[in-house]
Design a protein around this ligand. Structure first.
Ligand code: GLU
Length: 446
């Protein structure tokens, strides 16, 4: 493990868990593997704008694994500010699948009959609007942000001119230096301003736990950034930073598609006077043809895999190997074993290929098989995603995969047996009275 001293050194990250802890176990009675790092706080922050997909649950799982490995806190935050696209159905789908996978959160929103838990709520962004307004006002008062009166037509014109000149799109700064009188004149015309954050020139550098040292020139960030729309609603880059700061997040673990957002977030953390968290950007999940995984080419919704009868333990095992490996010959690990072995430093940089289900029908309910690959020696089931660090191709790996799969098909793995018989996790803290949404998820899973 890389020491996380850099984090504990900053006062903003000295948040200790309030719950009394047993010796060597967390509040769910699970063993702590690294009890010295109790202040780690990570979050899974999905937007309920679509069905929970493979990339989302892989991010949730890696956050969970890291939190559990170091005895930290796993937080669920619903990022529902895109009101046009957020729905209750998608929110339920996210919660159902976290529940199904056994990824219980320590802090999170009220949902499905559960009370909100945790001292940093609300954990739903639409309930946090006054906090964004307050933070925006702070930046405006310090002139780190300014009102922008540009009309959509003006911005469109700028974009077209930049396109014609083959320049990257960026805000031209038309409103960056308006005087008080010029602002007043625009207000008098009835224009309502957006609020833009000043992106100062310079190099933004950070050490990503997966990608290593990253440097991005701020001039490539598209110019000053809108953080509040003219109607006062906040935008993603702003809400995520305000919340990560307020919730004391120490490690931001998310997909590599967010890597280009990180410099903007770092600049916002600094402007808000908050120590920036450590970042870990997980490798992209790729289609078999090594293009970015997409709905068009792959089945991406978790619910579709459950409907086909995939068992939870196999699914978790497979997801964990999408970018990580224990560095051993172990192919089949249960969640607790993965927690024990998990290390962010062992996460690979290169994309992880997601290969879908078997073509020979071997993924029938309860079989425990996850996929097959076809090689010159015939059709084989494999647990390990192509491109995972320990390698999944080659005869040795294929034989290993075949072996492990056979054992799960024949039911000799105790977890495979329990997976087929138990359905939803019995270790969930609310298992005695499952919320209504988890019951429906359970029936979908069976
Ligand atoms: N709500 C964002 C998403 O779903 C999360 C971004 C983040 O983890 O910072 O992509």
């Amino acid at each position: 493990m890389r020491p996380i001293a850099r984090q504990s050194a900053s006062p903003g990250h000295d948040i200790q868990k309030k719950r009394p802890l047993g010796k060597g176990v967390d509040q769910w009675g699970k063993p702590l593997y690294n009890p010295g790092t109790m202040s780690v706080r990570v979050r899974y922050a999905p937007s309920p704008t679509g069905f929970q997909h493979i990339g989302g649950v892989r991010t949730a799982l890696f956050n969970y694994l890291y939190a559990r490995h170091v005895g930290g806190t796993f937080i669920l935050r619903l990022e529902d500010t895109d009101q046009a696209r957020s729905t209750v159905e998608f929110e339920r789908d996210i919660l159902d699948h976290l529940h199904w996978l056994g990824l219980e959160w320590d802090e999170g929103p009220a949902a499905g009959g559960l009370d909100e838990r945790g001292p940093f709520g609300p954990y739903r962004q639409m309930a946090r609007l006054p906090r964004y307004a307050e933070a925006a006002e702070r930046l405006r008062a310090q002139d780190r942000a300014y009102p922008c009166y540009c009309t959509p037509e003006e911005l469109d014109g700028d974009r077209r001119a930049q396109e014609a000149a083959k320049e990257p799109a960026r805000y031209m700064g038309r409103c960056a230096t308006l005087t008080a009188d010029e602002r007043a004149a625009r207000e008098a015309e009835g224009r309502r301003p957006a609020l833009r954050f000043r992106i100062e020139p310079g190099i933004v550098a950070f050490d990503d736990l997966v990608r290593g040292h990253v440097e991005i020139d701020a001039s490539a960030l598209g110019g000053d950034l809108v953080i509040l729309r003219a109607d006062g609603t906040p935008l993603y880059h702003f809400t995520v930073v305000v919340d990560d700061a307020a919730m004391g997040i120490t490690h931001v673990i998310r997909g590599e598609d967010h890597l280009s957002n990180t410099p903007k977030h770092i600049l916002l953390f600094r402007a808000l006077g908050h120590p920036e968290p450590v970042f870990a950007h997980l490798p992209l999940i790729l289609n078999p043809d090594r293009t970015k995984m997409s709905k068009r080419k792959s089945q991406t919704a978790v619910k579709d895999y459950i409907a086909e009868g995939f068992v939870r333990e196999a699914f978790v095992n497979y997801l964990a190997y999408l970018g990580w490996s224990p560095g051993t010959e172990e192919d089949v690990l249960a969640l607790d074993q993965i927690v024990e072995r998990f290390d962010l430093e062992a996460v690979q940089k290169g994309g992880a290929v997601f290969t879908e289900r078997a073509s020979n029908g071997s993924t029938a309910s309860g079989s425990g098989a996850f996929r097959t690959t076809t090689s010159s020696t015939g059709s084989r089931r494999s647990w390990r995603p192509i491109g995972s660090p320990a390698g999944s191709t080659g005869p040795r790996s294929a034989a290993r995969s075949q072996r492990s799969c056979r054992s799960s098909v024949s039911g000799s793995r105790s977890w495979a047996r329990s997976a087929t018989s138990s359905g939803s996790s019995s270790r969930m803290p609310w298992s005695s009275t499952p919320p209504s949404w988890s019951r429906s998820a359970g029936s979908a899973a069976r």
